[in-house]
Design a protein around this ligand. Structure first.
Ligand code: NAP
Ligand code: ZN
Ligand code: ZN
Length: 379
């Protein structure tokens, strides 16, 4: 240590050993379900033949990060660096990579690998890989020994080129980050339902996913009705482009919406009763549930589904080709997320505010605020 040079604060833990040519990335993550987010250091492998090394610039804060870091979905391994809405620039590529080069602006979403052989993978539905997709964080890295993947609240990441997306240059990179999860997760069911001009789309919950559902459905030409529990969000929903707002806790307002909606995208992060929402659907309507609360939901009344041939479905993010299609669609229509940029020291407060519904509509971490890893951590 040079005399007089400030001593960097000790980093809580280094995740994984640094192998030849690999780098240490400064990161923030959880060391247990109640640790909150603390500074960590994560070792990234040197790019293998098909790998792309990315200098991360921005990473969105998804409610799934909150569920995972707090262990709300159970069976969580720690330490855990969350973050699966990653945008950055390519810093190095492996010997066999020809489709990306240093300096390209790229993104990584919720998965970094899958088996590449099963029917789902071959159909471009890698998120439904029959052998289990590899999540961007907290998953066993199937091609890298015993390591567990670690996410994007970090200064760099290394990902196989097949799971790296091209970010259109015309879009603000910080505001693109949330498209990598919130964007594609809402785009996919809208496309699966074949939403077109004049369809009526209901969006339940105006958070990160919900506000993207509003923007994407509008860009597809649909009429959009927002269902919210927060009266204060009504004017903001209209500003976002919604055609109508219904306060979902008001039984009279819900009754007035009877048989008005073709497709509902439900993004609520907590248990709630779906039956009043089924009554707003027309014959052959569908409700896609995207939120994954940690506790059980009230039971669905089969009669509500049967009497209007309503489909009750779930949907998980989107495939890699579909994620690229969504990014290109967003470039064509000028769609990005509405974001609040935060520094590393604001992450814990941002989580509290997200759970309280106090964000318009997505926090994004500026990774330039992460502290450079101490050299001592190499040991
Ligand atoms: P978010 O920004 O926190 O938004 C959730 C919204 O749900 C809130 O803004 C709020 O909207 C509504 N809500 C109503 N009651 C709530 C309550 N008691 N607690 C929390 N929220 C409540 O979350 P997000 O990032 O959009 O994620 C939403 C859910 O989707 C999470 O469960 C997440 O894990 C899940 N998710 C699923 C996928 C997938 O592939 N299926 C992908 C990403 C995320 P109002 O104030 O308007 O009522
Ligand atoms: Zn997410
Ligand atoms: Zn597969």
């Amino acid at each position: 240590m040079t005399p007089g040079r400030p001593v960097p604060p000790p980093l809580a833990q280094t995740i994984n050993p640094v192998a030849d040519g690999g780098v240490l990335a400064a990161a923030y993550g959880a060391t247990s379900g109640d640790s909150g987010l603390v500074p960590l250091t994560v070792a990234r492998r040197a790019p293998k033949a098909d790998d792309v090394e990315i200098a991360i610039e921005y990473c969105g804060l998804c409610h799934s990060d909150v569920h995972a870091t707090r262990g709300e979905w159970g069976n969580q391994s720690y330490p855990l660096v969350p973050g699966h809405e990653i945008v950055g620039t390519v810093s190095r590529v492996g010997a066999d990579v020809t489709d990306f080069e240093a300096g390209d602006r790229v993104g990584v979403g919720c998965m970094v690998d899958s088996c590449r052989e099963c029917g789902s993978c071959l159909d471009g539905l890698e998120q439904y890989c029959e052998n289990g997709m590899t999540g961007t964080y907290g998953a066993k890295d199937r091609r890298n020994g015993d390591t567990v993947t670690q996410g994007g609240y970090a200064t760099s990441v290394v990902v196989d080129r097949r799971y790296v997306l091209r970010v259109p240059e015309s879009l603000d990179p910080a505001a693109v980050a949330p498209l990598l999860c919130a964007g594609v997760t809402t785009f996919s069911p809208l496309r699966h339902f074949d939403v077109e001009e004049d369809d009526v789309v209901g969006v339940v919950g105006l958070g990160g996913l919900g506000h993207m559902a509003v923007k994407l459905a509008k860009a597809m030409g649909a009429k959009v009705v927002v269902f919210t529990t927060s009266e204060a969000k009504a004017p903001a929903a209209l500003e976002l482009g919604a055609d109508d707002v219904v306060l979902s806790r008001d039984p009279a307002a819900m009754a007035a919406a009877d048989r008005t909606i073709d497709l509902i995208i439900d993004t609520v992060a907590a248990p709630h009763d779906l039956n009043p929402f089924f009554r707003t659907l027309r014959v052959d309507g569908a409700l896609f549930q995207l939120g994954l609360p940690s506790e059980a939901m009230p039971p669905v009344n089969p009669g509500a589904l049967i009497c209007r041939r309503i489909a009750y479905a779930g949907s998980l993010i989107g495939g890699i080709a579909e994620t690229q299609e969504m990014l290109d669609f967003c470039a064509e229509h000028g769609v990005v997320a509405d974001i609040e940029l935060v520094g590393a020291d604001q992450l814990n407060e941002a989580y509290h505010r997200m759970v309280a519904g106090d964000v318009k509509y997505r926090f994004v971490l500026d990774t330039g605020t992460l502290q450079a890893p101490a050299k001592e951590a190499d040991a």
